[in-house]
Design a protein around this ligand. Structure first.
Ligand SMILES: [Zn+2]
Length: 411
């Protein structure tokens, strides 16, 4: 899943002698992850570190098994050609888990971003008392036979978190988790660092770290979980907001006076553009409400599915135009536990209005499908501890200014 030679994102600069050693490690690891096989002098040049600093860091990373020598390039001229280095996929791994209302999905991802194992189980009771022991069992099962060090565990669950009169409302949040420090509880049980994040944010991180979107640094991910959420990546980093709830678009009113929502409002986006709304449509049509029965259906072959896709796209289009004007993104990505055909069907049905994103020099579509597939949230969860360990913390360092594309007035 790595995209070699990504040069569109600014490479964070290292800091030379006597300064932030940890930062320099991250800068080198991040560069090697994005560029693939690289030589010592090239790393020094791109990271603006001295060759000696790079040698020290490479020695340290090789000692920890995180990178490895990758042979020499073919000889050109006299002398021995320099040695190349690359990320060692077996050096470390992370586990990502998605806790949804009735299902627990987990993946093991190696240091190179490849999925090593995946597992999905139906869980009738997702309250902490019932779910925590099952999480523990699943993590043990998945960790066996893995090489390298467990870097950490990412857990995603639907947001919003800790909003008075808002949290734990409705069928798209998990009961009993409000007020519980899930990260601390899980870290104590699992004996490895645990990061907890809402699903849309995790999927956005996953797309930057593991997907084919490594070259994107300014984008939004609209995630279809049980509800609907937005993760925003700005200058390569997640925009979390003051309380971790940035991007909670499910309860944005998309249809004033529309369907009542458990949050107390009418016409929330989630009441139309979510799999929960699709289930409701199926039940209203006298069907089981089980999305599995739709898995093989062509979107237009099933009238209920087709009608839901129309409705979801109709309510999503104006919200996307607002997001474009607010964020000025490179693109908006649709991702989540919907079949790729369904996501494509929503995209083809969108009627996007005029916004700052309507430009003739676009190289990417305004809206595109995510790369991480139906396991997007679990993969995103696995990306969280890796992101924490690898990605340079830009706010702690001097960085090259992000490249900006010229903005033209809307046409
Ligand atoms: Zn609502």
């Amino acid at each position: 899943m790595l995209t070699p030679k990504d040069t569109s994102r600014p490479t964070p600069r290292g800091k030379n002698p006597g300064r932030n050693r940890e930062h320099n490690r991250r800068v080198v690891l991040d560069l090697m992850r994005r560029h693939g096989r690289t030589g010592r002098l090239e790393i020094a040049r791109l990271c603006q570190l001295t060759p000696q600093s790079v040698t020290n860091i490479l020695d340290e990373l090789i000692g920890e098994g995180l990178i490895r020598a990758a042979g020499r390039r073919s000889a050109a001229g006299r002398g021995q050609p320099p040695l190349d280095y690359e990320i060692n996929p077996d050096g470390a791994f992370t586990i990502g888990m998605e806790l949804a209302v009735t299902r627990m999905t987990a993946v093991v991802v190696d240091l190179a971003g490849q999925i090593r194992r995946q597992s999905s189980v139906d869980v009738a009771d997702m309250s902490p008392g019932a779910a925590l022991p099952r999480i523990e069992t699943l993590v043990r099962e998945l960790s066996t036979d893995q090489q390298g060090r467990l870097m950490g565990i990412g857990v995603v669950m639907p947001g919003p978190f800790e909003i008075e009169g808002f949290s734990s409302v409705g069928p798209t949040t998990l009961p009993g988790w409000a007020g519980l420090d899930a990260a601390a509880e899980l870290t104590a049980r699992l004996g490895a660092p645990v990061v907890v994040e809402n699903d849309a944010n995790a999927v956005a991180i996953g797309e930057t770290l593991l997907g084919d979107h490594l070259h994107l640094s300014q984008f939004g991910v609209i995630y279809f979980g049980t509800g609907i959420g937005l993760g925003v990546i700005s200058s390569g980093a997640l925009m979390r907001g003051a309380y971790g709830n940035a991007g909670e678009i499910g309860h944005v009113v998309a249809a004033p006076g529309g369907r009542p929502c458990p949050c107390g409002q009418n016409g929330c986006l989630e009441r139309y553009a979510s799999t929960h709304a699709l289930r409701e449509s199926l039940l209203a049509a006298g069907r089981s409400g089980d999305l599995a029965e739709l898995d093989t259906a062509h979107p237009d072959a099933d009238p209920v599915l087709s009608a839901w896709l129309d409705e979801a796209a109709a309510h999503l289009g104006p919200v996307i135009s607002i997001l474009e004007n607010v964020l000025d993104p490179q693109t908006i990505v649709l991702a989540g536990g919907l079949a790729p055909d369904w996501l494509d069907a929503i995209i083809s049905r969108l009627r996007l209005g005029t916004s700052v994103s309507r430009r003739s020099d676009r190289t990417l579509p305004r809206v595109m499908r995510g790369q991480s597939g139906v396991f997007a949230a679990a993969i995103g969860a696995a990306a969280l501890p890796m992101h924490d360990a690898i990605t340079p913390r830009l706010e702690l360092s001097e960085v090259s200014p992000p490249r900006t594309e010229p903005t033209e007035p809307p046409r």
